[in-house]
Design a protein around this ligand. Structure first.
Ligand code: SAH
Length: 462
């Protein structure tokens, strides 16, 4: 029977908000029918106007807030609403951490059908100072009457808005973007225009090693020329003596993919270096490197704790990227095998192993779901297996191999609670028990939440 939709577009409703979506919007219900309303919090009430009605849900706009949540706060960033990079700045930090823990619990129950009484879902580990943490600024450039601007795409559009300060960006990066913008303006550098596919400078990227203090500047350009190169290089290196590398990446295509295939070092080194704990990493313009190094350490320490290594274990690190977790665990294991699909990341992983004099690691390029079954056939057995998959979670074939291989411990690092819950269900059905779930706040003020989960093989498990 077709159910009648109880709300209509452009109508006003008085509602109470019950929940937050995983994108940080408030959820209210009218006769059980959910309406998603940005900038509203659980336990608040107010009047909304319905803006869009779909089959099973609707969207609305907050017209008047009547009762306020105790967690509501004023977003410090003046462009918070236009930008869309952060979703939770209107919730105080304590509220954000609670919300992330609750979101993880809800999803484990709803999607994973997991019994929360059988495990511990810990309070979210947050930052002492949750601002200015991002170590990578990547800003699109455009031209306006007054010259170059650089900032961000306005929400749901390709309009570039000029930005002078970002509250979650490392202060040093912010300052570098501003100074580079001024230098380029002085030399009348032409910005790339997406619609006309004309102009030169597409993006400016700055990476900053928070521990090492080293900085890399990347110009992403349409062609491989570089007008006023020596002057621009000199001005940048004078303004920022900690710049160790200036790189040009050329992207001649009409695309919204940021990087092109060709990268040239135009001054200094190909890499900058940074540390997570006492492991040193070489980072190139294209390397994947965690954007919040302070919390990455917290995340990896938890993974290390859950791995329960004594020095005798064989460990497999699936989806290993540039080998960050592998190298972190290698010092306390007998042997670590890392596998990753991107060949350049594996080159970085090997370089990073050499850089740290770590010899008990082996890295392979390929799909985790193909390489690990081969290792299994060759007789390689992991005592602890770590997975850190992308948002879509683990491939089913990999989960099947884990269940067959029976490592004593599985440590699941996840950036998406939904796919985590789905995969935990499969592992539980295959003989594992989820013991502990630790949410870690890697991206304060955004709706993202990362988790580390410890699973053990059931005694006498099938
Ligand atoms: N553990 C790393 C990287 C995690 S991000 C760190 O903490 O830095 C997830 C990684 O999985 C990415 O590097 C991505 O390239 C890789 N990946 C995606 N699909 C894969 C697959 N099927 N097999 C192996 N690696 C894959």
């Amino acid at each position: 029977m077709k159910q009648k939709i109880p709300v209509e577009k452009n109508q006003y409703y008085d509602v109470v908000f019950e929940d937050l979506t995983h994108e940080g919007a408030g959820v209210a219900k009218v006769d059980g029918f959910p309406i998603f309303v940005p900038n509203a919090l659980p336990d608040e009430s107010g009047q909304i106007k319905v803006t869009r009605v779909k089959k099973g849900f609707a969207f609305g706009r907050l017209v008047e807030l009547k009762e306020k949540s105790g967690y509501r706060t004023d977003a410090p960033c003046p462009i918070y609403k236009q930008c869309g990079g952060c979703q939770l700045q209107h919730i105080d930090y304590e509220g954000q951490l609670l919300y992330k823990q609750k979101q993880v619990k809800d999803v484990l129950e709803r999607i994973g059908k997991l019994d929360l009484n059988q495990m511990t879902v810990h309070p979210t580990l947050g930052m002492k100072d949750p601002w200015h943490y991002r170590n990578k600024a990547q800003v699109p450039v455009a031209e306006r009457e007054g010259g170059l601007i650089a900032g961000f795409y306005q929400q749901r559009s390709h309009e570039i808005i000029d930005m002078h300060k970002c509250f979650i960006q490392q202060t040093e990066n912010d300052r570098a973007v501003q100074v580079i913008k001024q230098i380029c303006n002085r030399y009348r550098i032409k910005a790339y225009n997406e619609e006309r596919h004309k102009g030169w400078l597409r993006h400016i990227m700055v990476r900053y090693g928070a521990v090492s203090g080293e900085m890399m500047v990347v110009f992403i350009t349409k062609t491989n020329e570089f007008p006023h190169k020596s002057n621009i290089v000199e001005e940048i290196t004078t303004a920022f003596p900690n710049v160790k590398s200036i790189v040009q990446n050329i992207n001649p295509k009409k695309t919204n993919v940021i990087f092109g295939d060709q990268t040239n070092v135009i001054w200094g080194e190909e890499y900058i270096y940074d540390f997570i704990g006492d492991v040193r990493f070489a980072i190139s313009a294209r390397s994947f490197y965690q954007v919040n190094p302070e919390q990455t350490k917290v995340l990896y320490d938890k993974a290390l704790e859950y791995a329960e290594l004594t020095g005798e274990e064989t460990v497999i690190d699936a989806y290993c990227g540039i080998g960050t977790i592998s190298l972190f665990l290698a010092k306390q294991a007998k042997k670590v095998y890392g596998v990753e699909i991107v060949p350049e990341a594996i080159e970085d992983a090997k370089r990073n192993a050499d850089l740290n004099g770590i010899a008990n690691v082996e890295f392979a390029v390929g799909e985790a779901e193909t390489v690990i079954p081969k290792w299994y056939e060759q007789g390689i057995r992991a005592d602890t297996l770590v997975v850190d998959p992308p948002r879509k979670g683990c491939d089913e074939a990999l989960l099947r191999t884990i269940i067959e291989m029976k490592p004593k411990r599985v440590v699941y690092v996840s950036c998406n609670p939904g796919t985590l819950a789905r995969d935990l269900r499969v592992l539980e059905d295959g003989g594992y028990v989820t013991r502990e779930v630790q949410p870690v706040d890697m991206f304060p003020h955004t709706a993202h939440v990362e988790c580390v989960v410890s699973l053990t093989l059931k005694v006498g498990g099938n």
